[in-house]
Design a protein. Structure first.
Length: 201
């Protein structure tokens, strides 16, 4: 039995930090895992910027409330879930993701948790497990599942390469150039067909 493992941001919904960067007027927050492979380093850097500007969870959640899934993402996910079990494996946080999950018809989500002070300051973060995307794929495989994985960023590559089939979706030129053997897609229709073909092999 196959389980399809998908990244969330950049694949199904816009990048939360890029949207918040635009709304807050802080260009440094546009940096994502497409740019920085070390997620721990990236998050600590982000929290430092938030503290410097006096911004907390509420401000980010206000931005998230205005974010909609990428055009066609819900329809893609609804169709895919008719074909296979799907798990969204994301390095985002429950405090960010739940409003977006409602807009995607509540798919299964594995992600992390923020540590938030009573006043709303984000003081830290708790990762679900080390190398969570690869660890999750390996755990599924240990239970007898085959995995098909897709994402757009550096932190998706390990789970993609560990899976029976793997794809890039709306990734960067650099990541595509560095991984020419990975099929890469830009449109949901083509992406869905590729996953369905892989499921039927």
């Amino acid at each position: 039995m196959d389980v399809v493992c998908l990244d969330m941001e950049g694949v199904l919904v816009p990048e939360i930090w890029i949207a918040f960067s635009k709304e807050s007027g802080i260009p440094e927050l546009k940096r994502t895992t497409r740019d920085e492979p070390d997620y721990d380093k990236l998050m600590k850097w982000r929290l430092g910027i938030l503290k410097e500007h006096g911004l907390g969870l509420k401000e980010i959640q206000d931005t998230i409330a205005r974010i909609d899934p990428l055009p066609g993402a819900r329809e893609f996910l609804d169709e895919l879930r008719k074909e296979a079990q799907v798990i969204i494996i994301s390095d985002t946080f429950t405090q960010f993701a739940m409003p977006l999950m409602a807009k995607l018809n509540y798919p299964t989500l594995f992600c992390n948790t923020l540590e938030v002070a009573p006043g709303g300051e984000i003081t830290g973060f708790k990762m679900r497990t080390e190398n969570s995307k690869l660890t999750t794929v390996r755990a599924l495989q240990s239970m007898g599942f085959d995995t098909i994985a897709a994402g757009d960023s550096y932190n998706d590559l390990a789970m993609i390469r560990a899976s029976r089939a793997g794809f890039l979706f709306r990734s960067t030129d650099k990541i595509r150039e560095d991984n020419p053997d990975l099929p890469a897609f830009e449109e949901f229709d083509d992406f869905l067909k590729a996953i369905k073909d892989a499921l039927n092999k």
